[in-house]
Design a protein around this ligand. Structure first.
Ligand code: HEC
Length: 450
């Protein structure tokens, strides 16, 4: 008898717990669909962020959003039922009764957090991160009007005045690392590509006027790379550690295709001038041309030598500059006169000097007359694109550039990398003009305090 009673109790207990509303499985999908557009860290209407349990608990302008156990005293419930004003979702149709009931029951049952540990990574932080030293710099871009400079930080993008004198905005996102940032040509949106290594890859689309995230497109179990926009600003091309190439529509966040013509990690990508084709490079040593609508493989651009890490396109013609482990920047025509699937060097326009170490950053000036080459070496070299002659060398005190950008006027070059500082060089002389930290540093904390 004793045992029977225990078994009965056990069964009862299980029955009750399985009927409880789960924050993670039941509530969160509804909140993601119907609430997060207006309640996220970058755009908290009513001061309320609904993207994580912690944020929901923190509440909004009018205080906590729920009182555990007391649904009728909880704004999270009363604003859904219409008992409180204004009714949520604001200006939209009310939720279905069954969904409102989920909120009511969840609060009545104690509003417990059952977010699994494995799902806690990709949360948008509720506060800007603090830094005791700048993170390694992998992404920076000037806005088309030359007024802003976007820089990838840790779980955020910082928008600076272009001269580095002030941080205007901090856009907080899920990805630990941002590998690229790009402004749309009309300057209204910012597209960032990155992820959290070993966890997920992400494409973030931001509306700059409202400073809100329009899309967070998650893909793969590792970070995404690349991130160049089509010339009309409608699409972004990314590569990944899953050997795939993806093109994503910026307005909708929809994936146009996922192509698998690379045999190893795809580390960088660009669009051709007409936006109809993409070229991607990666560890399989190939620069591959593919259709930008379908992902269909067209041809190999280069003769295979060594792993490729970066690609840049000439701003005015379909020439691509590629670089990687063999330290030599190669300028190729994007197309072959006759499509040849076998790679050769017949379309090589020019080779530039062998650098002191592997190449991780390449840039064209906006008129195409200059290229900049950087990487592990302590010098960033600037060349005349036509003659191939070196016109300047810029010394990086701490060595290593992963980001190179010419501001619109082309007279200066911005470099960033391993030590996390941004440095501006004079293109004609190669002299450093200034340096600054792209992230606010905690005062009074020393490096050794880490
Ligand atoms: C279209 C935008 C929009 C959507 C979608 C939306 N909200 Fe709101 N929410 C608002 C605005 C605006 C306020 C501030 C209202 C006010 O105080 O007048 C607000 C306030 C709130 C508050 C009160 C915060 C406080 O402390 O003042 C809660 C709770 C809330 N919303 C919950 C939700 C939930 C739950 C959903 C999804 C079912 C949702 N909202 C969807 C715009 C929205």
């Amino acid at each position: 008898m004793k045992y029977c009673g225990l078994v009965l109790l056990f069964a009862l207990g299980m029955g009750v717990s399985s009927a409880q509303v789960s924050y993670y499985n039941d509530l969160r999908p509804v909140v993601e669909r119907s609430c997060q557009g207006c309640h996220q860290p970058a755009g908290k209407m009513g001061g309320l962020d609904l993207t994580s349990y912690e944020a929901i608990t923190a509440g909004g302008n009018k205080g906590p959003s729920f009182v555990a156990g007391a649904a009728e005293e909880s704004r999270l419930v009363t604003l859904l039922t219409g008992a409180g004003e204004p009714r949520m979702p604001f200006g939209q149709d009310p939720l279905a009764d069954s969904e409102i009931d989920l909120f009511r029951r969840w609060v009545s049952e104690g509003a417990k957090d059952d977010t699994p540990e494995s799902a806690r990574g990709p949360q948008v932080p509720s506060e800007p991160p603090t830094y005791d030293q700048p993170p390694v710099l992998t992404a920076a871009a000037f806005s088309p009007d030359g007024k802003l400079l976007a820089v990838g930080g840790y779980r955020e993008i910082l928008l600076h005045k272009a001269d580095g004198s002030k941080i205007e905005t901090r856009l907080l996102g899920r990805s630990d690392r941002i590998h690229s940032v790009a402004f749309t040509p009309d300057g209204t949106k910012l597209v960032a590509v990155g992820g959290t290594p070993g966890r997920f890859g992400e494409v973030q689309v931001w509306d700059l006027a409202s400073k809100t995230q329009l899309h967070s497109v998650m893909a793969t179990a590792d970070t995404l790379f690349g991130g160049a926009l089509s010339p009309d600003g409608t699409h972004v091309v990314v590569g990944g550690a899953d050997n795939r190439v993806r093109v994503i529509e910026i307005a909708t966040g929809k994936e146009l295709f996922k192509a698998g013509h690379h045999e190893d990690w795809v580390l960088d990508a660009i669009f051709g001038i007409d936006g109809k084709r993409v070229v991607t490079v990666g560890r399989d040593r190939a620069a591959k041309l593919a259709d930008a609508q379908t992902g269909a493989f067209l041809e190999n651009v280069n003769f295979l030598r060594d792993e490729l890490y970066v690609i840049a396109r000439h701003p005015r013609r379909d020439y691509v500059l590629i670089g990687g482990a063999d330290r030599v920047p190669y300028l190729y025509m994007m197309d072959r006169p006759r499509a040849l699937k076998i790679a050769d060097d017949s379309t090589l326009v020019r080779k530039f000097d062998e650098q002191e170490d592997a190449i991780h950053a390449l840039a064209f000036s906006q008129d195409g007359s200059r290229i900049a080459v950087g990487g592990i070496a302590e010098f960033v070299n600037i060349y005349d694109t036509e003659s191939g002659e070196r016109v300047a060398s810029c010394k990086l005190p701490a060595g290593g550039a992963f980001v190179l950008e010419f501001p619109p006027d082309g007279r200066q070059l911005l470099a960033g990398g391993f030590d996390g500082l941004l440095r501006v060089f004079d293109v004609a002389s190669g002299k450093q003009v200034k340096e600054f930290s792209p992230v606010p540093l905690e005062k009074g904390r020393l490096r050794s305090a880490r």
